[in-house]
Design a binder for this molecule. Structure first.
Ligand SMILES: [Zn+2]
Length: 133
């Protein structure tokens, strides 16, 4: 396979296109606008109905496990007052998903193509050539 799973993970962790490795996931002038497809290789980033929910789930999970639950534990064990915990959790619930927007898209594409690497155009061409032989 021209694109290996380790390359998919490396590219996913560095916010690059899983197929060609270009820094093409997002439009250069807009932080929160993903390209419909890679301008270099043509890979579709938004793969249809409901695909955009994957980044939401990753963002929600990271925010809850990495921030909200620790704040609740700090409050439970008396290290943080209830009002401070509510304010901190509320602020984190708003700010963290914004900060993780790009990473959540990249991680979602990484997870998708890690399990379905044959859907990458570079790998599909290889499979097609193999079938012809
Ligand atoms: Zn690409």
């Amino acid at each position: 396979m021209p694109v290996t799973r380790s390359q998919i993970v490396t590219r996913g962790l560095s916010n690059r296109c899983p197929n060609c490795g270009g820094h093409t996931l997002f439009q250069p002038d807009a932080r929160f606008r993903i390209n419909g497809q890679c301008p270099d290789c043509g890979l579709k980033f938004d793969r249809g109905d409901g695909f955009f929910l994957g980044p939401f789930v990753i963002n929600y999970t990271v925010t809850v496990i990495g921030f909200i639950i620790p704040v609740i534990l700090l409050c439970t064990f008396g290290k943080l007052g209830p009002m401070a915990a509510i304010a901190t959790a509320g602020a984190g619930a708003l700010v963290i998903p914004i900060l993780l927007y790009r990473q959540s898209w990249s991680w979602w594409l990484m997870a998708y193509f890690y399990f379905l690497p044959q859907k990458l155009p570079n790998n599909r061409d290889t499979l097609h050539e193999d079938e012809e032989e």
